[in-house]
Design a protein around this ligand. Structure first.
Ligand code: FPP
Length: 247
């Protein structure tokens, strides 16, 4: 749906950054080079999102299932995230970017959790783009943790099970204070959600781009925004109602 000639900018864009390994393989390079090129693409994505006027950008950095990758690849990915926070935090803070982390924080070893918390604390009051890093994140795990908390409330007699609503479930998720994603982009041509934001994606538009993540740039971002702008979002209602609501 177009708003005059102006493309509609989604408030929240979430990205499944896929294809680092294939990008490297096609060049006869080790997978780790694909991941480090992927970090450069992260920087371009943050810049492009901020410049486009997007308010929330969620990046799927490490899934709860990624621990099953070979140990050296897991430690490469941890190292890259660590270096990203160490090197880029000051610049992101200067750019008024707020960083938030979603995912399971229990049982994380070493300095990675303190670093992520430092990034959140430092940028807490910033008001430009919010960058949400999904780390040790799996949507089923997130929903299970939310359900456990609600069941505990019921068990303690503080909550009546019959009164549980979808909003109350949303409020228990890691994304409690973040609006649902409007647009979910996945690179590398794979067309799956892979346990990412399952609950929050209920009305998201999906755009699958053929390029690999290390090649992601402002052009690819704008291509996804153009595709999004041309979509007719109805949220279960009728197109006419959406047009009326938009004024
Ligand atoms: C997918 O490629 C990418 C990942 C599993 C990790 C993405 C992580 C980064 C880009 C670096 C750290 C993140 C931040 C926010 C600084 P793949 O390995 O699954 O590629 P393949 O499917 O081609 O093998």
């Amino acid at each position: 749906m177009m708003n005059g000639q102006q493309p509609i900018v989604p408030k929240h864009v979430a990205i499944i950054m896929d294809g680092n390994g294939r990008w490297a393989k096609e060049r006869g390079l080790p997978r780790t080079i694909g991941h480090s090129k992927g970090v450069e693409a992260v920087r371009r994505a943050v810049k492009a999102a901020g410049e486009a006027g997007v308010e929330y950008l969620t990046l799927f950095a490490f899934s709860s299932e990624n621990w099953s990758r070979p140990e050296n690849e897991v430690s490469d990915l941890m190292g890259l995230l660590r270096r990203f926070i160490r090197r880029d935090l000051a610049e992101l803070h200067r750019a008024n970017v707020r960083i938030k982390i979603i995912g399971d924080r229990e049982n994380l070893k070493g300095d990675i959790l303190p670093l992520l918390i430092e990034a959140e604390e430092t940028t807490r009051s910033n008001t430009a783009l919010t960058v949400i890093i999904a780390f040790n994140y799996g949507a089923r795990d997130e929903i299970s943790r939310a359900v456990k908390r609600l069941v505990e409330e019921v068990g303690a007699g503080r909550l009546d099970a019959a009164s549980i609503t979808p909003d109350m479930i949303s409020a228990q998720l890691d994304t409690a204070d973040i609006p649902d994603p409007d647009l979910i982009i996945r690179t590398s041509g794979e067309e799956r959600l892979s346990n990412f934001l399952l609950w929050q994606a209920a009305y998201a538009e999906f755009v699958f781009l053929p390029g690999y993540w290390p090649d992601f740039d402002a052009n690819m971002f704008h291509e996804a925004l153009r595709i999004y702008s041309a979509r007719d979002r109805r949220f279960g209602g009728l197109a006419e109602q959406q047009a009326a609501a938009a004024g």
